[in-house]
Design a protein around this ligand. Structure first.
Ligand code: CP3
Length: 344
């Protein structure tokens, strides 16, 4: 099947389909026993990300089990900081740890964009493996973090509840903050461009912490970098479709979609589908937004909430997804119930 005919790409071009294409954030992950087995074999999480054979295998696992309409490359948004020279480890049960960017001196130590492929070339190999291995109808999604979200981890050196260290740098050292955002933006353009050249048919930009950006700075640090990435990728790669995910951005989502030029807008769990159908969907394909907790809860609630989202978005272009990643305590059988409810 040609790329253009795959349901995910048709929805992103603005087609209203009788059954929406469906995939899940973190669909390759710890809720699947086969993922846990491969992860064990690989060693650490980063070993898995940089092993093209095993990263291909875990990306394919949920496709084999469920037949999703799209596969998402198995990797992480924090590989870009690593490629720029940050030390990165994942501490079991605690999440990522990175060397920190506290000011100009740390920023001066970061590597240039021209050397990122020395670190990231195994990822491009995974993408091209995947393109060869996927079923003909399954679309391949590449991804990266949005510069703001990536910067929050680089500045704090870890995940934080409120991204306070990065927000303080916006006020206290705007020069360093601007340089960091611009460096990540440039690196992300090269990284995603290489993913597309290797076979990714769509790319998604995860701004998981967009909701904590002070509103007065949203245009400069959440919109502008994603707009630049989108513009550059579309210029280099024949209008390749881009999905944006400004998680928690609320009312900013309207201006975000318009100003960035993304083809798809991923909605988090907090967004009311009725509001989004009336306000956003006339302008852009929407993706989302089932509460991931329903993959733990299951039962009638899962069927009811799934149907409500399908119905709310049935009048326009829609990609069914969760409002955030599926969690390790989800029941794999609940995913099948969700799919039966969507596909009938
Ligand atoms: O969606 C997918 O299946 C593709 C793979 C993918 C992963 N991370 C694998 C992963 C994607 C798209 C991401 C994106 C990512 N990574 C984001 C943005 C999306 C979001 O969830 O908001 C962020 C913020 C990260 C950074 C990150 N990676 C954190 C904070 C953690 C630790 C928390 C956790 O869930 O353990 C990770 C680890 C991670 N990334 C895992 C997976 C499958 C779990 C690692 C393991 O197997 O031990």
């Amino acid at each position: 099947m040609k790329s253009a005919d795959k349901t995910l790409l048709r929805a992103l071009r603005g087609e209203t389909l009788p059954v929406p294409p469906v995939w899940m954030m973190r669909q390759a992950g710890r809720y699947l026993p086969e993922y846990r087995a491969t992860r064990q074999q690989a060693g650490s999480f980063l070993d898995l990300c940089y092993n093209p054979d095993l990263a291909t295998e875990v990306t394919l696992q949920p496709i084999r089990r469920y037949g999703f309409d799209a596969a998402i490359l198995f990797a992480d948004i924090l590989l870009i900081p690593q490629a720029l020279g940050a030390d990165l480890t994942f501490v079991q049960g605690e999440g990522p740890r990175l060397s920190t960017i506290t000011g100009k001196a740390d920023m001066d130590q970061l590597r240039g964009v021209d050397t990122i492929d020395e670190t990231l070339s195994p990822i491009y190999e995974t993408v091209s493996n995947l393109r060869a291995a996927l079923p003909a109808e399954t679309a391949l999604i590449g991804f990266a973090g949005a510069p703001w979200t990536v910067a929050t981890y680089m500045i704090a050196g870890r995940g934080t509840p409120d991204q306070a260290p990065a927000r303080r740098m916006i006020y206290g050292d705007p020069e360093t903050f601007d340089r960091l955002i611009d460096r990540i933006t440039d690196a992300t353009i090269e990284y995603l461009s290489r993913q597309i050249a290797a076979g990714a048919e769509v790319v998604k930009i995860f701004d998981s912490w967009a909701g904590t950006m002070p509103g007065r700075h949203f245009a400069r640090y959440c919109v502008e970098p994603v707009a630049r990435i989108t513009r550059e990728l579309k210029a280099r790669h024949a209008d390749v479709p881009v999905i944006g995910f400004p998680r928690g951005a609320g009312g900013h989502a309207i201006g975000f979609a318009e100003a960035t030029g993304v083809d798809g807008l991923a909605l988090d769990t907090s967004v009311d589908p009725a509001w989004a159908a009336a306000t956003l969907q006339p302008h852009v394909c929407v993706q989302g937004n089932l509460d991931p907790l329903l993959m733990v809860e299951g039962g009638d609630a899962l069927r009811r909430e799934t149907r409500a989202i399908v119905d709310a978005f049935s009048g326009g272009p829609h990609i069914f997804n969760l409002g955030h990643g599926i969690t390790p305590d989800a029941d794999p059988d609940h995913v099948s119930i969700m799919l039966e409810t969507i596909r009938g």
